[in-house]
Write a protein that binds this ligand. Sequence first.
Ligand SMILES: Cc1cc2nc3c(=O)[nH]c(=O)nc-3n(C[C@H](O)[C@H](O)[C@H](O)COP(=O)(O)O)c2cc1C
Length: 204
Amino acid sequence: MSTADRLDITLGDALFTLRAIRRIKPDPIPDADLQTILDAARQAPNGANRQPWHFVVLKDAGIRQKFGELYKVAWWAKRNDEGFFKPEDIPDHYKLAMALADKIGNVPAIVLVCTTAPGGRESVIPATQNLMLAARALGIGGTLTSLHADVEDDVQKLVGIPDGASVVYCIPLGYPEGRFGPVTRKPLNEIVSVDKWGTTPDWV
Ligand SMILES: Cc1cc2nc3c(=O)[nH]c(=O)nc-3n(C[C@H](O)[C@H](O)[C@H](O)COP(=O)(O)O)c2cc1C
């Protein structure tokens, strides 16, 4: 069966129920599903078709735990940059992300979406969205996360990322404890204009 045939929920279902999944069961993801997810990722549009990406899938429990410790340092470094220094300071909109930072090492797979070229970061964004949508179609959830300069060297060493390549996103993946979608987003009439900014069309 082709990758396309394995992704057989409707595109509408995938788009409208793809929300951040941070509570993830420890159950392993079959390699065939990881293959499908990454095969979908590499179909993405990218600048001049240079495909400046590499995907490092963390599966080994020991590596995931070590990565998890670095991820937690990175998460708190980002919050420190914003003036939050301890759990009691953390605003509600970060509480679930904080909980993920405590246990990301336990999720069955973490995909480090890397770029392999200067200026390649923008090209990995569509690939990352493809990856998330394909995972959704297989009933696998995750959320897009990033690191912090404080831990970049340690992560490079941990997984052997060569000079010239770097991690853009870290995607924890697994089967959700909760449920997918729907998401809460601004209505179209707040974010769409026609011809001139602020001219809201009646069709939104
Ligand atoms: C660029 C970017 C960075 C993000 N970083 C994190 C992160 O570090 N930790 C996290 O738990 N979620 C992260 N997210 C997920 C967002 O918090 C999430 O997509 C947003 O709150 C909407 O959530 P929803 O899709 O469940 O409605 C990130 C998303 C994007 C697009």
